[in-house]
Design a protein around this ligand. Structure first.
Ligand code: DAH
Length: 343
């Protein structure tokens, strides 16, 4: 075999070897290694073969040169192809799959307790109440003493109330907002004060250590027990339905005199038409004790009023027939979704 022929055979063998290496390359880095290994100007194996060109007769050189160019072009074309295929595969992996079914938007809904709060608030707003707020970290004076509750009263016991290090406590009810409101504003006062309260309660079906309350307070000249009962009866009818009746049971709270537990009896759909439900307790209430008015420098001979406190979670439980308070806190969408459209 002439020198020319053997160089050409060598070039073709190199091409075969290089094409196999391209086939075997798993990624771009492997492809680049093939390119450098065969086509590299300095150390590439094809350039190495061409170095033997100088030993040939000048008239033989073009044949070998042409063959070398053909081999280089074929290899470069194959590498380009393989690179393009790798690019396409990578793109396909990250591209959205337009054949997947679409995602429908999720529509949010109010939490059943928020819903109860909103409905209760809108009823009292329509009755002329405004909204008030107070801090959750309170002092003993606002939470107990100004509310005619001595610190040796069982309610003030450490077993029930969460005291803060360095003084103060987490309010155990929203009633201190009564005191803050009466200190900040002269009568007439008609407020509704929703908010979180905290007690050392165990978490069970009817208790959570933190829970919401809604406090109401009305103070004006000439407010009587009739206004008290009529306001709560009107609230009950608007919230629970027109046929709802209320009942006041004698009770005791240090800050009201007389005090009452308020029960409602609703008209509900029975199997043979409307029937009355059992009595359900919905709140504590009473006429504001004169001692409370005195604590905030409001003249009890001139002004009187009533107050009430309810738990909207309890009210939502009664309204929606939920028997475990904890379900309101567990954020289980299967449970919560049922109420999103319920009134
Ligand atoms: N503060 C009472 C409690 O947490 C609830 C309450 C009862 C509030 C009677 C009132 C009221 O305003 O008049 O148990």
């Amino acid at each position: 075999m002439s020198d020319v022929d053997s160089l050409i055979v060598e070039l073709r063998a190199l091409l075969d070897e290089a094409l196999e290496a391209v086939e075997a390359a798993a990624d771009e880095a492997a492809l680049e290694a093939v390119r450098v290994g065969f086509l590299g100007r300095k150390d590439g194996r094809i350039s190495g073969v061409l170095r033997g060109l100088g030993a040939l007769d000048p008239e033989d050189r073009p044949r070998v040169g042409q063959e070398a160019n053909r081999v280089k072009e074929a290899l470069q074309a194959r590498i380009d192809e393989a690179e393009a295929a790798m690019d396409a595969a990578r793109e396909a992996e990250s591209a959205p799959d337009l054949t997947l079914p679409g995602r429908s938007p999720r529509i949010g809904g109010a939490h059943p307790v928020s819903r109860a709060m909103d409905e209760i608030w809108s009823i009292f707003r329509a009755l002329g109440f405004t909204r008030a707020r107070g801090p959750e970290a309170e002092t003993e004076w606002y939470n107990f003493e100004a509310l005619n509750t001595p610190l040796d009263h069982p309610a003030a016991d450490e077993q029930d109330t969460l005291y803060l290090e360095g003084g103060g406590l987490l309010r155990s009810h929203t009633s201190p907002v009564q005191i803050r409101t009466m200190l900040a504003h002269d009568p007439p006062i008609r407020i509704l004060a929703p908010g979180w309260v905290h007690r050392r309660d165990t978490y069970d079906a009817t208790h959570t250590p933190s829970f919401l309350q809604i406090e109401g307070l009305v103070i004006d000249e000439g407010v009587t027990f009739v206004d008290f009962k009529a306001t709560l009866a009107e609230f009950a009818r608007r919230y629970w339905g027109a046929g709802t009746r209320i009942r006041l049971r004698p009770s005791f709270f240090p800050f009201t005199e007389p005090s009452a537990e308020v029960d409602v009896k609703r008209v509900v759909e029975g199997p043979d038409g409307p029937v009355e439900s059992d009595w359900l307790e919905i709140m504590g209430a009473g006429m504001v004790d004169p001692a409370v008015l005195e604590a905030v420098n409001i003249d009890p001979d001139r002004y009187s009023g009533f107050a009430f406190g309810m738990g909207p979670a309890r009210i939502a439980m009664l309204k929606y027939g939920v028997d475990d308070l904890r379900t309101f806190f567990e954020s289980d969408l299967r449970f919560l979704r049922q109420f999103a459209g319920v009134r």
